[in-house]
Design a protein around this ligand. Structure first.
Ligand code: 13P
Length: 256
């Protein structure tokens, strides 16, 4: 154990209608019946559900995060949502630079960095996603790519208290494939080293580095107890309370 409080965040992506909030209520009930101590727990529903989700988790240990934000606080940007609006709707964090946004919307490291700065401006924690493609992985370029993404996406003012890094290999997302624990350990070690060079060892040492990509109940313990892994960003398996609870409960009973 590194002494860093882990974070397990569920990214619902473009899934969830009002009726899906029953899963959030079920997660809340499960955590009330059997809490998972000293672990931060977050659910990131689509923006349409943020305020209703916040009402459901109020008074519980579950935090609400958003999935993306615009860099600016307001203005003529039809369809976009600012970090301030997310905070106003009840979010305390926002995912930025998810590979699906980098791919679907052509988001660059520079834009991701601007979004992280917008998160700080609005008082939100930024969950900055990085990850290599399958081609990069095959060509042995993983570490180079991640260094470039970190240097381009993480703002200078990032601190352990306002920034979380999520390492999500693109080829592992939704595929059922995962890197080996040894590969995850190597990559997370590299990420912390690069963060140390960027932010100083004190901030880097306290920054949570999550693993994401096909985390499910059956592999959660194997992936989450890898050295330098401080939690998970969970996609598909976060949609069902029973599965998400099972994943985050790997931390139950691991600390005094
Ligand atoms: P899956 O857990 O569905 O592979 O998704 C991971 C992810 O992209 C979380 O942000």
């Amino acid at each position: 154990m590194t002494g860093i409080r882990p974070l397990v965040a569920g990214n619902w992506k473009m899934n969830g209608l009002g009726s899906s909030l029953a899963e959030l209520a079920s997660l809340r009930n499960r955590l009330e019946a059997a809490p998972v101590p000293e672990t931060d727990i977050m659910v990131c529903p689509p923006a349409t559900l943020l305020s209703r989700a916040r009402e459901i988790v109020d008074g519980s240990s579950i935090m609400i995060g958003a999935q993306d934000c615009h860099p600016l606080p307001s203005g003529a940007h039809t369809g976009d949502i600012s970090a301030e609006m997310l905070a106003d709707a009840g979010a305390t964090a926002v995912i930025v630079g998810h590979s699906e946004r980098r791919t679907d919307h052509g988001e660059s490291d520079t834009l991701v960095q601007a979004k992280a700065l917008a998160a700080y401006r609005a008082g939100l924690m930024a969950i900055v996603c990085i990850g290599e493609t399958e081609a990069h992985y095959r060509d042995g370029k993983t570490l180079d790519i991640l260094r470039t993404q970190l240097e381009g996406s993480v703002p200078e003012g990032a601190r352990a208290t306002n920034t979380v890094i999520a390492y999500e290999p693109v080829w592992a997302i939704g595929s059922g494939l995962t890197p080996t624990p040894q590969e995850v350990a190597q990559v997370h070690g590299l990420i912390r080293t690069v963060l140390g060079q960027m932010l100083g060892d004190a901030e880097a040492g306290g920054t949570r580095i999550l693993y994401g990509g096909s985390v499910k109940p059956s592999n959660a313990a194997e992936l989450l107890f890898v050295p330098e892994v401080n939690g998970a960003l969970v996609g598909g398996a976060s949609l069902k309370a029973v599965d998400f609870y099972e994943i985050l409960s790997v931390y139950a009973g691991t600390r005094s």
